[in-house]
Design a protein around this ligand. Structure first.
Ligand code: NI
Length: 180
């Protein structure tokens, strides 16, 4: 297993509408394992494949219900239904340190395939509902700040400019390690 580099905003792959997974190979299972390891290494609750530079419709989630790990693999996910409204603080591993209150649906119902190609349905509320919507947005080339109201979206760009030198620095040590 390997910890992969997490792409930082505004790298182009984050704005890519990811392609459907068409074949379930050993490489895909390996990628799923690496994505979980990468997500756990930075204490994240969700990670989409384009956040590790691979524009495929694949995401992993673990919101640790009751403090217990529960791995969720979403391949070619489709939202079947959204219900209610909930506002909560939201962040993203591709914009580390930046958190904003964001309104999303309170409940989500999603159809997806797992890493073995088996279709399954998941129903989420609370943090899981939010994570499902956040990760599916990633697969459609959207990050959470794109969902902010217009004026806030403009203001957040200034904050992002201040963060960017830090985000770029975080890349360097990992690249040095990988090349040594
Ligand atoms: Ni994210």
């Amino acid at each position: 297993m390997a910890v992969l580099r997490i792409v930082k905003y505004p790298e182009k792959v984050l704005k890519t509408n990811s392609k459907r997974v068409e074949s379930w190979s050993q490489d895909l299972s390996q990628l799923v394992m690496d994505m979980f390891e990468t997500m756990y290494a930075v204490s994240g609750v969700g990670l989409a494949a384009n956040q590790v530079g691979i524009p495929l419709r694949l995401a992993v989630i673990d919101v640790r219900p009751n403090g217990k790990s529960k791995k969720i693999v979403l391949i070619n996910p489709k939202i079947l239904g959204l219900d209610g409204k909930a506002e909560d603080s939201e962040g993203c591993l591709s914009l580390p340190g930046l958190y904003k209150k964001l309104e999303r649906a309170a409940k989500a119902r999603v159809l997806a395939y797992d890493q073995k190609g088996i279709p399954w349905e998941i129903r989420g509320r609370g943090l899981l509902a939010r994570a499902l919507q956040h990760e599916i947005d990633h697969l459609n080339g959207k990050v959470f700040v794109d969902r902010l109201p217009f004026m806030q979206k403009i203001r957040v760009q200034k904050e992002i400019k201040r963060y960017q030198p830090i985000w770029q620095q975080q890349v360097r040590p990992r690249l040095t390690t990988a090349s040594s």
